[in-house]
Write a new protein. Structure first.
Length: 714
């Protein structure tokens, strides 16, 4: 009887597993991506799943597990829906989780300014730092400073409201308040009034005001990323058939999806990166129409719900019968053209029926979406979306002169500029049966890195990547390394792996990882960390400090909450302390120098509620701000070489791990010199003076008037 019960139980578990796998095959990608909108100075990114850093380019879509670094005298601006994230110099940021409901940011060091115009119901923004995890509760303006040389995180709320969580009781901050957190994750802090603005704050406020008052938001949803750029690069017109359309100011012979390059961004696959500064919104939302002899972008209905991002709204042309009469210089080729008004977009990645409907109805006008779904949404073994009915679609832009662009396959795999390699495609080459829902091209390593692959670039210090942070929300697992799934991607060219196949690849990668490289050797003061699926776990550096523990369970939303400690996940294929495999000129060897003394810890008092309160308000430390560049200023070249060495890090405070242990005062390893710096310049992270004193940095002059404070409940 026991055997029968055990057999029945095992069958039940198997049935649940099979059902979950079948459902997971349709794990929809997020309906939004982060746009890299603005770059000033040396800015680098590290796409999730690779261990290389690459020079950033404008309009690159970013998503979960991607990292961004702004070097000395550099700035970057990211956009996501109705939010803008601006990074000051020497800031290390990781997009821990980007989904439809949560945006989770890991701030390892530096300064981040966050402006949120609107929060949807159930939408969460969380900023995780080495001292606390801050959850945004209202739309508004926020600033976060993480001192790389001290155990300090400062949070300033210009407008809005949020709560910091860690090991102690949650700390609520409201408009006009700031708090400086010290003492590891204990939430010890000093609170007071928000200090005055510095040059970086003024730069952010001017850009916020410009974007919040963009006229294009009269014609598109406020969550169409990049719509604020359309005002100065074109004009809006009203048509009877398509409604309001935007006409770009371009040269004769211009066509959409022609001037830019392709990159491989998972979970979507082949993704278009446009060269034009306005090229994000018209290439990832809406449709292109050829009307009255010119190209116009038709965004579709201005809907209340959020529009769904797409990697590229094009129809693919390929297969054995395409390009017979074209010269690609050896090898095959692939072509595409922009989808027209009302034409369905069939994703090349696995997606549910609901996703298929939403990505179409939020980007164009479709009279009967159910009929369209029944005709063009078909599944094959619950893994990929395929349908031969696309051969029967009469594409409006197919026969427009210059609309079809074709390149050799190597142009896509190497993320090369399309316009330089494009060939003229006569209408006779686009034959029946040549349409496809995916570009039949398998990605390579350079496809993930993008157009600047292999070029020297700036990188964050190794110590910044190794610092653990506090997370209120459990982060998703690290992505499977690209090298581990490259073979599987080649078996079905142009299509990302579905969730079931990716899980199998992850399991295989774990089995093939050598035990010594997949396990952490515990020290007397620190037990082994749990292994991350599919990512080798590295041993702890010998010079690392001993750390006390924190609770493993997720804290409640407020009250006596404690954040979980999230150690910095190891980068695929990189051992601790090793430099990124880029040219030697980028990775200068560090030399010892004088230590920077750590400021004294503030004395705190406990209130009756249990939270720590300061005896006097102390402003947070702030990264030094360079002169504010104009929004349209050209990007400067990389910093010149500097013979001076980087400063070593001072003695770090203890940080908790999973088991209790006594705090240690072991010194952190010195920071390696990863990017040459101009001679005589100091680090940008410096203590910010009190509000009553004058700023150490003069405010910048702007041509635009300084906007008034915005309502925190907007």
């Amino acid at each position: 009887m026991k055997i029968l019960h055990r057999f029945a139980f095992m069958n039940l578990l198997l049935a649940v597993f099979v059902a979950s796998v079948a459902l997971s095959a349709f794990a929809d990608p997020p309906g939004r991506a982060v746009r890299l909108k603005y770059i000033s100075g040396a800015v680098s990114i590290q796409p999730g799943g690779v261990n290389d850093w690459v020079e950033a380019v404008v309009n690159r879509p970013l998503t979960t597990a991607d990292r961004v670094w702004t070097d000395k005298q550099a700035r970057a601006e990211l956009h996501l829906g109705s939010a803008a994230l601006r990074m000051n110099a020497e800031t290390s940021l990781t997009l821990t989780n980007v989904s439809d409901d949560i945006v989770q940011i890991e701030l390892d060091q530096g300064t981040l300014n966050l402006h949120i115009r609107h929060l949807f119901g159930g939408e969460t923004y969380e900023i995780d730092t080495p001292n606390q995890a801050f959850t945004i509760l209202k739309s508004g303006d926020y600033r976060f400073d993480v001192d790389p040389n001290a155990d300090t995180t400062s949070v300033t709320v210009w407008h809005g409201e949020g709560e910091a969580n860690g090991q102690g009781p949650g700390v609520r901050l409201r408009s006009g308040e700031q708090a400086s957190f010290t003492g590891g994750t204990s939430l010890q802090h000093q609170a007071g009034k928000a200090p005055g603005f510095d040059g970086f704050d003024d730069w952010c406020r001017v850009r916020d005001d410009r974007e919040d008052h963009a006229k294009s938001y009269q014609y598109v949803s406020a969550d169409v990323v990049g719509a604020d750029d359309l005002d100065e690069y074109g004009s809006w017109r009203t048509t009877g058939e398509y409604g309001s359309v935007w006409v770009p100011a371009v040269a004769p012979g211009w066509a959409p999806y022609h001037y830019g390059h392709w990159v491989w961004v998972e979970p979507w696959g082949w993704t278009w990166v446009d060269d034009a500064p306005w090229g994000f919104a018209p290439c990832h939302y809406g449709r292109w129409v050829h009307y009255g002899g010119f190209w116009a972008w038709a965004p579709g209905p201005v809907v209340v719900v959020r529009p769904v991002y797409a990697p590229a709204l094009v129809a693919w042309v390929g297969g054995p019968h395409f390009g017979v009469g074209l010269s690609f210089g050896g090898g095959g080729g692939v072509g595409w053209f922009a989808l027209g008004w009302g034409e369905p977009y069939v994703p090349s990645y696995a997606a549910s029926r609901t996703y298929f409907q939403q990505v179409n109805v939020s980007n164009t006008h479709i009279t009967n979406i159910t009929n369209v779904t029944n005709n063009y949404y078909v599944t094959n073994n619950n893994t990929t979306v395929v349908n031969n009915n696309i051969q029967n679609i009469h594409y409006a832009n197919q026969n427009v002169a210059g609309a079809v662009t074709a390149v050799p396959t190597r142009t896509m795999t190497n993320s090369e500029p399309v316009a330089k390699a494009a060939v003229v495609v006569p209408a006779s080459e686009v034959k029946a049966g040549a349409f496809a829902t995916a570009a039949p091209v398998a990605p390579q390593r350079n496809s993930v890195l993008g157009a600047k692959a292999g070029a020297p670039t700036a990188m964050p210090p190794a110590q910044a990547m190794a610092r653990p942070v506090v997370a209120h929300t459990a982060p998703p697992p690290r992505p499977v390394p690209f090298e581990a799934k490259q073979e599987a991607l080649a078996k079905n060219p142009g299509r990302p792996l579905d969730a079931q196949t990716e899980a199998q690849v992850r399991a295989t990668a774990v089995r093939q990882t050598p035990p010594a490289a997949n396990r952490t050797t515990p020290s007397p003061a620190q037990p082994a960390k749990p292994n991350l699926p599919g990512v080798p776990t590295e041993p702890k550096p010998a010079a690392a400090e001993a750390k006390p523990s924190s609770p493993a369970a997720a804290p409640p939303a407020s009250g006596n909450s404690s954040g979980r400690i999230v150690p910095r996940p190891p980068q695929p294929g990189v051992q601790p302390g090793t430099a990124n495999p880029t040219p030697a000129a980028v990775n200068a060897a560090p030399n010892p120098s004088r230590p920077v003394p750590r400021p004294p810890q503030p004395q705190l008092e406990r209130t009756s509620g249990g939270s720590a309160q300061p005896t006097a308000p102390v402003p947070h430390p702030v990264a030094g701000s360079p002169a504010a560049p104009a929004a349209s200023a050209p990007r400067p070249a990389s910093n010149p070489a500097n013979p001076n060495a980087a400063q070593p890090r001072p003695q770090a405070s203890p940080r908790p791990v999973s088991q209790p242990s006594a705090p240690s005062s072991a010194a952190a390893p010195p920071r390696p010199q990863t990017q040459a710096r101009p001679q005589g310049e100091s680090r940008s992270q410096a203590p910010r003076p009190p509000q009553e004193q004058s700023h150490s940095q003069p405010k910048q002059n702007h041509s635009e008037p300084k906007p008034e404070h915005k309502n925190e409940n907007k």
